[in-house]
Design a protein around this ligand. Structure first.
Ligand code: ADP
Length: 592
């Protein structure tokens, strides 16, 4: 199976996984057959004991009998150990491989898909559902297969010893067997539902935990607990339905096997009394019957596991069916050097059909210039960034770079030419150096240090004895908003990309931080094409052009001075911000 081919059904996926492991599975099966063949000593032994040793007084056979039993047990032990080593380990490797593969698929999903999916659910795809592969390629499947083979061999022996009793018992067992199949068809959707519910509950829990400060601040712990409990109860209801069905199946299987035993005892007893069967034959018959029945008793369990596994594989298949965002990359022309001329040509965009978020936006940003985007919240500024990063494609119109439509450019190439400083930029759990080098992992230590210095991160670096190796992020040093932003500016400096996207922090930084960030930005902006989402108009006076966005439409554009003179929307925004600030200053002066 190649990477891009998605099997049409869970069965096909299961077959492909098993087929890929056929060599190991065949070896495992051979070991199991050796194990089972050695197991035949046990049902044959009573016959030898009763008919030969007791019946004919051949006491000299006793030590041989004992040796055969012990020898067979040794062979079985070795075979089982080998089986665990071979199939147990290889199954773990298969799970490892699938976790990697699903993780890769998930991270390559288009933003549009990821936006609509809970990360907890995706986590469960990667960790839990991939583990289902173990059921297919571990010792279990081989064990079941060999059970079937053993059962067939035992059946032949049973027919050989007494075909009438055997056929009667089989006929009795066949009816509930059909019921079992039916019950399983009902179970599969339940297992699928269970998996989905579990992912949903885990996803919500992950959100509660990551937002624990907000939860605590609003004393919403009890409400979150309630939501979680409700999820658990829904899960419980589905589980109890599956447990009921599984229990019923096991109960039926137990009754059936008791019925079969009764038939064997009655028919066998009669045959012995009529002199048609020796005592030894009867003892062997019972032993073979147990050998035949044991795997059948496993059947409900097997069927349940298969059903569960297929439901898990169904979800894996759904992940595989989402085409990665860079699917067409290989067919596209490489991007080559980028000058940095970026343009929107009559760009329309909607997340949901019928509600345009951008309406016919057109502008050109020449290489090396700075373009600021301003507008009320919800105007579409972040959406423009999402289009620039090629997370989404315009519904109509084009976004071009050096005259080439972004939709025809290799995604990977384009993203490598981008540096981004986003609001509340993400810091990974790791050292300062690792966090900065995210944009260029191959960077030399001195380059990282220079970037840190240029972004004014040296204050953080100096304050800690570990310097650049200070751990930051979840399990390390907690950074302030301004510090985080400077780390991500260092990241962008290190990326050394021709196009830079900068989303200014909304939360006001203290004036020292702000000056440091502004200074770092000025250095970064030199000779790059820069886009800034500006929340504080004071920061964009020097921009080459300012785009004013209103409910998805570009209503004004020009330099700061031009726009002020025009007395339009920008002027209004400007007066609102500076007017308020001026009023505050007057009020302050009045009080003191
Ligand atoms: P801004 O950055 O100017 O505040 P956005 O670009 O974030 O504005 O949002 C523009 C509009 O698009 C808003 O009405 C918002 O609700 C909507 N929107 C943003 N992201 C998504 C999304 N992933 N799915 C659906 N609608 C979205």
């Amino acid at each position: 199976m190649t990477a891009n081919e998605t099997p049409a059904t869970a069965w096909e996926l299961a077959k492909a996984i098993v087929w890929a492991q056929r060599g190991k599975l065949a070896l495992g099966l051979t070991l199991l057959l050796v194990d089972r063949a050695a197991g035949f000593v046990v049902p044959i032994a009573p016959k030898v004991l009763l008919d030969e040793v007791v019946g004919r007084g051949r006491a000299e056979l006793l030590p041989w009998l004992a040796a055969a039993i012990v020898g067979a047990a040794l062979v079985q032990a070795l075979a089982r150990f080998g089986l665990q080593r071979i199939l147990g380990l290889s199954a773990e490797l298969v799970v490892l491989g699938w976790r990697r593969r699903i993780m890769a698929r998930v991270t390559r999903m288009p933003a549009s898909h990821l936006d609509g999916t809970q990360s907890g659910a995706l986590l469960s795809r990667i960790m839990d559902d991939a583990a289902a592969m173990q059921n297919l390629v571990g010792a279990e499947l081989a064990r079941w297969t060999s059970n079937v083979v053993t059962a067939l061999a035992a059946l032949v022996a049973l027919l050989w010893i007494d075909w009438r009793t055997t056929l009667l018992a089989l006929a009795f067992a066949a009816l509930p067997g059909l019921g079992l199949d039916l019950a399983h068809r009902k179970l599969r959707p339940l297992f699928r539902e269970r998996g989905e519910l579990r992912a949903e509950v885990a996803g919500r829990l992950a959100q509660t935990l990551s937002g624990i400060r907000v939860v605590k601040a609003y004393a919403a712990e009890r409400r979150e607990q309630l939501v979680f409990t409700r999820g658990l109860h829904r899960l419980f209801r589905v589980m109890s339905r599956t447990t009921n069905r599984r229990g019923a199946m096991s109960a039926v299987a137990a009754v059936v096997s008791a019925g079969v035993m009764a038939i064997v005892l009655v028919m066998g007893g009669r045959a012995i009394l009529a002199g048609e069967m020796s005592l030894g034959d009867f003892a062997s018959y019972v032993a073979f019957a147990l050998m035949f029945a044991a795997p059948l008793l496993d059947l409900p369990e097997i069927a349940t596991r298969v059903t569960e596994t297929l439901a898990d594989l169904d979800r894996v298949r759904a992940v595989e069916a989402v085409s990665p965002e860079d699917d067409g990359d290989d067919a596209r022309r490489p991007l080559g050097e980028v000058r940095g001329d970026v343009a929107f040509e009559d760009v329309w965009f909607e997340y949901r059909e019928g509600t345009p978020v951008l309406r016919g936006v057109s502008f050109a940003a020449r290489a090396g210039t700075t373009t600021a985007i301003v507008g009320a919240s919800g105007a579409g500024k972040s959406t423009m960034f999402a289009l620039l990063m090629a997370f989404y494609r315009p519904t109509r119109g084009r976004v071009t770079v050096d005259g080439r439509d972004l939709a025809t450019v290799r995604l990977r190439d384009w993203r490598r030419r981008l540096a981004v400083v986003l609001q509340d930029d993400f810091l990974f759990d790791g050292t300062m150096a690792e966090n900065i080098a995210l944009s260029r992992p191959s960077a030399a230590r001195e380059e990282i240090a220079r970037a840190a210095e240029a972004a004014h991160c040296d204050e953080i670096v100096r304050a800690s004895p570990d310097g650049l190796d200070t751990r930051i992020g979840e399990r390390g040093l907690k950074l302030s908003g301004g510090q985080r932003q400077r780390v991500s500016i260092a990241r962008a400096i290190l990326a050394d990309a021709p196009v830079l996207l900068f989303d200014e922090a909304t939360s006001s930084l203290d004036s020292e931080s702000e000056a440091a960030v502004r200074d770092a930005m000025t250095r970064l902006a030199a000779s790059r094409t820069v886009f800034v989402i500006a929340h504080r108009l004071s920061t964009i006076r020097g921009a080459d052009q300012i785009l004013v966005l209103d409910r998805g439409a570009l209503v004004e554009s020009g330099t700061h001075d031009e726009l002020l003179r025009r007395s339009g929307r920008y002027r209004a925004l400007h007066d609102a911000q500076f007017g308020a600030a001026a009023l505050a200053r007057v009020a302050e002066a009045h009080v003191t």
